[in-house]
Design a protein around this ligand. Structure first.
Ligand code: TYM
Length: 333
């Protein structure tokens, strides 16, 4: 069976973009693939973290996985730092990665901003750790939102470099799976900016734990333009806020933009926003409730992570032994 790996950073405020761009799609893949889903706490450390908050967020993201319908029995859920192989493989792959490849990464430029000299080595090497995550399990497919595309192209390049260097087809070149109508959910306050955990305005995003009233208020306040909804998908061009809300509706309803516009063509935003609120509350309400329950039940959440780490380690250790052999690293038993 082909294998999936994907991850989410435990940085709090999981939002509708994470759900529609990642979690919702992950659930549907569980029948066809062996799935490994990871809370990437080592990646979170690439920017300053409060220790207690990082622990709490790791449990919260685990709760979000479970509440969204990810099955920890057939699949594997674990946190990255619990499997030491991620750090080890990141070092090994880092030795094969030219700086020129890393210098092209736009996320580093965005996050480091004007102060690149002060940015940490971890932030710079972030994509190498991400490649290690995927390759440690020889994953064949990686479902993500569009913002991760460049990192996955680098992952394929690194896998190819390893295979060439050691003259074997050891790593499969993993396929990014970027699908659905919401591969890039935009901010509710600005249709040209990505919905993000780090946006200072909470009104820019719908969090998975928002209650009905909060969702209704945020959708009502969402920025729009003055025209009614268009008749065709083409009519959404140049209307980023309208395109975003229609895309969100389509993804939540499990349909496409055309079907949404067939129904709402000519409608005012006030009516459309009401329908969107209903749909969002229907989809997210049960997830938020299940998350709240699970947040109280630390024992269950920690049990899932412990078992997941054991199962992930078994795969990781086998592969690492093969990789060390290929690279000539001596290990005397
Ligand atoms: P992270 O934690 O930023 O986001 C988790 C997932 O949510 C998707 N996403 C979005 N999708 C649509 N619209 C948005 N506005 C939006 N915001 C976030 C992301 O694309 C991602 O799929 N580097 C990764 C985590 C990672 C990883 C991996 C992923 C580490 N190792 C290995 C795949 C494979 C990240 O920071 O995701």
């Amino acid at each position: 069976m082909e294998r999936i790996f994907s991850g989410v950073q435990p940085t709090g405020n999981l939002h509708l973009g994470n759900y529609l761009g990642a979690l919702k799609n992950w659930v549907g893949l569980q029948e066809r693939f062996e799935c490994i889903y990871c809370i990437v706490d080592l990646h979170a450390l690439t920017v300053p973290q409060d220790s207690a908050a990082l622990t709490a967020h790791t449990r919260e993201v685990t709760a979000a996985f479970l509440a969204s319908g990810i099955d920890a029995k057939n699949g594997i859920i674990f946190n990255q730092s619990a499997v030491a192989g991620h750090s080890e493989l990141a070092w090994l792959l880092g030795c094969l990665t030219p700086l020129g490849w890393l210098n092209r990464m736009t996320q580093f430029k965005d996050k480091a901003g004007k102060h690149q000299e002060k940015a940490g080595l971890g932030l710079y090497a972030y994509p190498v750790l991400m490649a290690a995550d995927v390759l440690l399990y020889k994953a064949t497919h990686v479902p993500v939102g569009e913002d991760q595309k460049q990192h996955l192209e680098l992952c394929r390049d690194i896998a190819g470099a390893f295979n060439r260097q050691y003259g074997v087809e050891y790593f499969p070149l993993p396929e990014p799976q970027i699908f659905g109508e919401a591969t890039r959910v935009m901010s509710l306050r600005d249709g040209t900016a990505k919905m993000s955990k780090s946006d200072s305005s909470d009104n820019s995003r719908i969090n998975l734990t928002d209650d009905r009233d909060t969702i209704a208020r945020k959708v009502r306040k969402a920025k729009t333009d003055a025209d009614p909804l268009p008749e065709s998908v083409k009519g959404l061009e140049g209307r980023p806020e309208a395109a975003n809300l229609v895309g969100i509706y389509a993804a939540l309803a499990g349909t496409d933009r055309k079907a949404v516009l067939d129904r709402f063509a000519g409608a005012q935003f006030s009516a459309f926003k009401e329908a969107l609120t209903e749909l969002a509350v229907e989809a997210l309400g049960p997830i938020g409730e299940a998350m709240t329950e699970l947040k109280r039940d630390t024992a269950t959440v920690d049990g899932v992570l412990k078992e997941g780490a054991e199962r992930a380690s078994a795969i990781a250790e086998k592969h690492l032994a093969e990789i060390r052999d290929l690279m000539g690293l001596l290990r005397c038993e």
